[in-house]
Structures are given as C-alpha cells and as structure tokens.
Design a protein around this ligand. Structure first.
Ligand code: PHE
Length: 513
C-alpha cells in the first residue's frame, strides 16, 4: 500500500499526469492490481491530492483450447500436416490414431477448405501448401488482445477459442493539495489540540457520509411488528384507543359465549380450536353476566330474540382455549365499557382497536399457519347504522390506498348484518376478499349491559398478507415460525404504508376462494 502510494505520487510529480494506471509497473516490473490502485487513489483523492477518471478497456483472451491451437496449429492444419503428399495419402483410421479427437474436427474443416479429399478409405492432399490463418489470428489475439476482422472474431468466439475480457484502470491528475508526502490527518479535535492551539493549523480528515454504518447490535423489530406499527398509526390518527391484548389464553366464555356463538357451533370443535390442558377450565367470569348470557342463548332472555333453544352449560363456557379471534378481546372490552357506563351514569362513545395474535387448529401450508395476527376495529355509539360502517370502511381502507371497496353479505354468529369486505385488485382484475365486518347483535350487546340504543360496528382483517406483500415474502413460513431466518428480521427495512403498497395490498386475499 505504502509502496503503491509512493509510486503513484512520484509518477505524478514527474509526469504531471498518469495517462493510464495499467502502464504502471511495480518495482519488480510486474503489472499492478487495479483494485489496489483504486484503493490508493480513493484515499489520496479524499485528501484532494489527486483526481482520477476510470478507463474501461475491452480485449480478447484465448481460452485453454485457443492457446493450444495458437501453439500447435488449428485442427485442420494438423490434419493436413499428418497426411503425406502424393496419391497414396493416409488411411482414415490411421489419422484417427495419430491425432485422436483433433482428427474428427480437423477433417470436416479441411474438407470445407478443400485442403483434402477422400479417396477410397484414404485421405489425400488436394493442395501443395496451406496457410493456417486460424493459428495466425489466434497468435495475434494472444499478443495484442485484438483482431480487426469482427466476423472471424465472432467465429472464434463461437468455437470457444477466445473470450472477451474487461479491465478498468484509471487516468490520474494532480489535485489542489498535491504533495509527495501525505500529511497526517487528524480524525478528531482533542483537548490537547485545543490547549496547544494546534487545531488552528492541523489538517482534519474529511467525514465520509457515504460510509456504510456499523449495523446496531441491538434488537430488531420483526417485519410484522413494523407493519403493525403502521396500522396503529392509522387507528391513532382516527382517534382510536388500543385494547390490551395480552391474553392469548382465554375462556370459551369471552371467545364464544359472550359473542352469542352457540355451544354446539362447529368452530368450538377441537379440530378448529386449540383447547388448553392445564388449566383446562376456569370459572373466572362475571356471574351476573354469565346468567344473562345463559338465558339469551337458551331463549333470548329480554333481548326480544328467541335464542337458540338449547340448554347452555357453564362447563362449556369454562373451557380454556387459545383465542381464535381478537373479537374475544373486543367482547371483554365492551363489557368493561358497559360497566363504566353504569358507573358514570351516562354513555360515552368509544373507538377501540387491537392488532395481535390469534390461533387456529389448521393445516399448515404456504399461506396458512396455526397462528396469525388480526387487525380489529370496534366503534360503539348511539344510533350507528350500517351506513356508518360502510362509510367508515371506505375511509379506513382509503388510508391504505384501497380506493374501490365493495361488500357482500355474510354470516357471523355475533353480527347482523355481516359483510365481507372486498377490494378491487387492478392486477388480477377481480374483486378480492380483504376482511370481515358487521354490527354486533343485540343478543350480544344487551347481556353485556350496554344501553339499548347503543350500536357497535366492527371489522377485522389479517396482518400477515399485507406484510408479505410489503416485504415480498411468498411463503408465510419464511415470515413466522421456527423456519424464520434471524438475519431476515435484521435486514428488512422499516415499513411505510404508502399508496403504492396499498394498491398491491388490495390483493391481500387474492388466493382465497
Ligand atoms: N372475528 C372475525 C374473524 O375472525 C372478524 C370480525 C370482527 C367480523 C368483527 C365482524 C366483526 O374473521
């Protein structure tokens, strides 16, 4: 390095310019590694001691076979040479035993050039002398790196005898701070420099703002958590309050019963839900609420409904499970809202959201895991209508860049009416499902204790699909679970839900149905 630096500086000092660093030679007379040269040039350029421009140079080089032919002659010339002059010629078999593989390739070419002909089982010469142009061309390329005739050059390339090479070298000129000696540059101003006054004359090393920083050794947010933060911002912007979701293990009571989901509903099957073994049951839910829910399921209680007409069992409600949806959190939260309403003596409208993990006993494949994240929003206010839900959905999804939203009636035990949300996917040219929504039923809200004129609208969507689209991940197992590469988590950039992404996002459920 030191030696190279001196070479560059003394050459510049002597000649004022280095036309091409390719022509510089080391003290041993060898060509220089241009990458090492570049290192020295960059270091001196940062001190304004010189400037440089890159020169790219293309040349041709012989392949291994090309080199052999340059030395021994082309296959066809070697065939010609092997055949003696005269009528007799040489038996084809014999030629093969003399030249091996060369005989085969060489014969064809020699025939084409009309150098030799077949006579019975023998080969004879047709001309007295030949000129081995191929060998000459190869030799020229070997010594100069070039050949005028491009047709021949392409031909040699096709025959894999030559290959193109590229090198970069540099033209170097003096800079304003040119000197033979490299001044020692200070990297930082020190206490001593301030004391002695040396800082006034010292030369400081320039900061390199393009240098790649050392990656922080600290923690990294998982991509899902980065996208979650973006959704959070949307909710906060719209005045929502985040619900506490730190309860993966939940009772069937809050996950199903409080949501007017009958106890014989297929979703409560162990095939769809993970039930806990230890503790397998709980009785920790409000007794009075439990009584109201029981009668509502059985005969509608005083909700005006007929209920489901079955005998509701406390032990089914007590079964512990991993929550299958974040609506378990919402039901709990709405109960708390009802309690607060009673305490205050007046109802205050509320907007809640949650984004957290849920669990389903599903077959795992490239787009489904047994656990995933739901984004859920809930609005409680007097006299809300379906129009409010539709209008609100429009605003919410527009903030993610989804302009065209449509709804399709569907069924949820806890909402009526219920609507699947569809977004138009421009790329796929079709409507794709992106979420589910509805107005919570009176059979759910009245037992919770909310005033009869309070309506609650709610909707839910998945977090994984938008994240996979945002980060270009096609297999959900690369995003979540034991196969995830820790490096991936470190390397993915921060997330911004821009309009462009929103449009892609419109396809989040495109492989469903
Ligand atoms: N809980 C529903 C689901 O898991 C989503 C939903 C939430 C539907 C709120 C309606 C209202 O798909």
């Amino acid at each position: 390095m030191e030696e190279l630096q001196t070479l560059v500086l003394t050459t510049l000092d002597r000649d004022n310019v280095i036309e091409d660093t390719k022509n510089l030679k080391s003290t041993q007379g060898n060509a220089l590694d241009q990458l090492a040269v570049l290192g020295v040039l960059n270091s001196l350029k940062s001190k304004d001691m010189l400037d440089y421009t890159p020169l790219t140079y293309e040349y041709w080089r012989l392949t291994g076979e090309g080199e052999q032919l340059a030395k021994e002659g082309s296959h066809e010339a070697r065939v010609f040479a092997a055949i003696p002059a005269g009528e007799e010629g040489l038996a084809i078999k014999q030629l093969q035993s003399i030249l091996g593989a060369t005989a085969k390739i060489g014969q064809g070419n020699a025939f084409k050039k009309k150098w030799i002909a077949k006579k019975g089982d023998n080969l004879v010469r047709c001309v007295d002398t030949i000129e081995d142009q191929t060998q000459k061309d190869l030799q020229q390329i070997q010594s100069t790196g070039q050949l005028q005739d491009t047709k021949t050059l392409n031909d040699l390339k096709k025959r894999k005898l030559v290959e193109k090479q590229k090198t970069t070298s540099y033209k170097v000129t003096k800079g304003p701070e040119f000197a033979l000696e490299v001044k020692k540059e200070a990297t930082d101003i020190t206490y001593e420099m301030l004391q002695s006054g040396e800082w006034k004359t010292a030369s400081f090393k320039k900061y390199n703002f393009d240098a790649v920083g050392v990656p922080p050794a600290g923690g990294h947010l998982h991509p899902l958590m980065k996208v979650r933060q973006e959704f959070r911002e949307i909710f906060f912007e719209m005045g929502f309050e985040e619900m506490a979701t730190n309860c993966f293990a939940e009772s069937s009571f809050w996950n199903f019963d409080a949501l007017f989901q009958p106890q014989q509903h297929p979703a409560r099957d162990a095939h769809d839900t993970f039930f806990l073994k230890d503790p397998a049951t709980t009785d920790r839910f409000p007794r009075d609420l439990m009584e109201r829910i029981k009668v509502t399921h059985e005969n509608g209680g005083d909700t005006g409904s007929t209920g489901y007409n079955y005998v509701w069992k406390e032990e089914d409600a007590g079964k512990m499970l991993l929550r299958t949806h974040t609506t378990a959190v919402s039901s709990n939260m709405l109960y708390k809202l009802a309690e607060k309403t009673k305490e205050l003596g007046e109802f205050r409208p509320a907007k809640y959201f949650s984004i957290d993990r849920v669990f389903r006993n599903e077959t795992v494949d490239a787009t489904h895991l047994a656990e995933f994240h739901q984004i859920e929003g809930v609005i409680a206010d007097k006299n809300l209508t379906l129009g409010d839900l539709i209008g609100f959905m429009d605003v919410f999804f527009k903030k993610m860049g989804m302009e065209k939203i449509r709804f399709k009636p569907t069924y949820n035990p806890y909402t009526e009416p219920s609507m699947e949300i569809f977004s138009y996917h421009k790329g796929l040219k079709k409507w794709v499902e992106i979420g589910n929504s509805g107005m919570f039923r009176p059979e759910m809200l009245l037992p919770l204790g909310l005033p009869p004129d309070v309506r609650v609208i709610a909707w839910g969507l998945g977090l994984e699909r938008p994240t996979m689209i945002k980060y270009g991940i096609s297999n959900i197992r690369d995003l979540l679970g034991h196969k995830v590469k820790i490096d991936m988590i470190k390397e993915y950039p921060i997330c911004r839900l821009d309009k462009k992404m929103g449009k892609e996002l419109a396809g989040i459920n495109d492989d469903e149905e």
